[in-house]
Design a binder for this molecule. Sequence first.
Ligand code: FES
Ligand code: FES
Length: 385
Amino acid sequence: MATELLSGKVAVSATINGEPTDWLCEPRETLLEVLRGRLGLTGSKEGCGNGNCGACAVMMDGRLVNACCVLGVEAQESEITTVEGIGGPEGLTPLQRCFLEEASLQCGFCTPGFLVAATALLDRNPDPSEEEIRWWLAGNLCRCTGYDKILLAVQRAAAEIRGINMQSVVSPQEITQVMESRTLRLGERPIPFERYLELTGENDDIELVNGVMVENMATQYDHERLFGWFYLLLGSYVGRRGLGVVLGSRTAVRINEFGGRLPDLLFVRRERLDIIQQKAITGAPDLVIEIVSPNDRPSDIIGLETDYRSIGVAEIAFIDRGKGRVRLLRKRGETYEEEEVRSGPFRFETVEGFRLEAEGVLNDALPDEFAILDGLLAQGKSAQP
Ligand code: FES
Ligand code: FES
């Protein structure tokens, strides 16, 4: 039991990172304040101070706790493990090394909490599913990065702990399925674009993101229906007017040496058809259309937009029924101009004469594509001199 002294302070004894440790603290001081202010263990960070961010996570008697929500006196006779206790520069744990190798951090403020929380998870379960990892880390917030790299680091570390050396997984036959609905293909990494084309058959729905092959989630019926509708309408329109080619989600667009995307739909003008090679498109399509699904995460969409912008796609359209909007990004010199349409007409600037009503693509009942096609073609004719 902690002993209260005449000074009003309390004498506390506990084991911290394997070392018997004694300290004096005020009864109202948090464990986080004790660790950082009295014991010099500044690895645990104070992000919010009220149990929301997980930056201060430590293990207490094997349980994951937020040190900002535990009083220093409550630690009496407990065993505490902080981030300093789970490995150091001379002996990184697999998890720490994977965080480094996957660059799973930016400012690093949240990283100690993620490391402690993920360590606690892997101690219990060295083979967690993606969902389990996401749930387990849901109490840890990172303000400056996406969570994908953190997830990847935890998965890689888990595999290493189970004796699978992902670095040695080299052949397509040894592809490791590590998630239920999304597959990371790990092995020789980063995978260059040319190698990615070799590894993926024509029918694969796999993108190359930062040198990692990522299988897209299975599309949902709603997505497929809208895709089919667009493909037929836009493809027929472009074909009938001889404007170029419309392709759908099978043809990889080269983003850079380690990146390749499969837009839902893309359009290349007739004058630029030479960018379409047998295996891939090695230039910026004039238009890409992405149909946003409910299971697309914001970080996925940002990643797509960033990649398309980086190669200079002239027009990028996100059809987002969930948010009830069509987002159009149009290249203007070095930057992009953005238009958001929730109702009324919108057009693809790169496809001459092609206009649609936003309600048509955002509402559940899709209008008859042949009637729209006839209307568009008739308008084109009447506009001709
Ligand atoms: S500082 Fe403890 S949860 Fe945020
Ligand atoms: S890396 Fe900065 S908050 Fe997570």
